[in-house]
Design a protein around this ligand. Structure first.
Ligand SMILES: N[C@@H](CCC(=O)N[C@@H](CS)C(=O)NCC(=O)O)C(=O)O
Length: 210
């Protein structure tokens, strides 16, 4: 088994945090997406979509998509549960993780991909070129990110973690999104004290450095 990873990229980081929380060690292969290694012949054979992370199992099965990879490890290594237990709990975790992806990670991605010079003409991940950056999308992403923080603030008034009483994959996704937002100078404002409290707690977990 091996995990195709890039230490500086946010989505592979989600998987590394998930593995660290479970105490699982997997051999990693670095794919330097800043050097466009995702478009190299060798990696295109692994994942023609040109994205990391990718988990390769010993039987040759390849799984891309961070959550699909996490799901695999949740099933083979259920402790500690990070995707909920039982029908209700799992659905609530999934709901919050989806929201963290669609409203948090996507918003941050929209800003990053449409502003950073390294993504010039490559505003969509996995595409070699011909996708120009659009300032309006970056602006929209900033507004979406602000709304996402408001959603988290309201949620974290009532619960210690995003999906409820326990740390889950939803915390990993939201934390990775918020940490990545720093790259484009988007920070959690003082008007979100509960998000700040939660953020510092997650940052103090050993998995945060994974
Ligand atoms: N939804 C996918 C997103 C994967 C993705 O976009 N990965 C980025 C790194 S965070 C990537 O590989 N980018 C390649 C590129 O910039 O061309 C997942 O969660 O695995």
């Amino acid at each position: 088994m091996k995990l195709y990873d890039f230490s500086l990229a946010p989505n592979p980081r989600r998987v590394r945090m998930f593995l660290a929380e479970k105490g699982i060690e997997v051999p990693m292969v670095q794919v330097n997406t800043r050097e466009r290694e995702q478009f190299s012949d060798w990696f295109q054979e692994i994942n023609p979509r040109g994205t990391v992370p990718v988990l390769e199992l010993d039987d040759g099965t390849r799984i891309s998509e961070s959550v699909a990879i996490c799901r695999y490890f949740e099933v083979v290594h259920p402790e500690p549960p990070l995707m909920g237990r039982g029908a209700t709990d799992s659905a609530v975790v999934e709901m919050w993780n989806r929201r963290a992806e669609l409203e948090g990670m996507a918003a941050v991605g929209e800003v990053l991909r449409n502003t950073l010079p390294m993504f010039e003409d490559r505003a969509v991940a996995g595409v070699r070129g011909g996708v120009p950056q659009l300032a309006a999308l970056a602006e929209r992403g900033r507004a979406s990110f602000g709304r996402f923080l408001d959603v988290l603030e309201n949620r974290l008034i009532d619960t210690p973690f995003i999906a409820g009483q326990a740390f889950t994959i939803a915390d990993i996704t939201a934390f990775a999104a918020i940490d990545t937002a720093l790259r484009v100078e988007m920070t959690v404002p003082q008007s979100c004290p509960n998000v700040l409290r939660w953020q510092s707690e997650i940052a103090n977990r050993p998995s945060a450095t994974a």
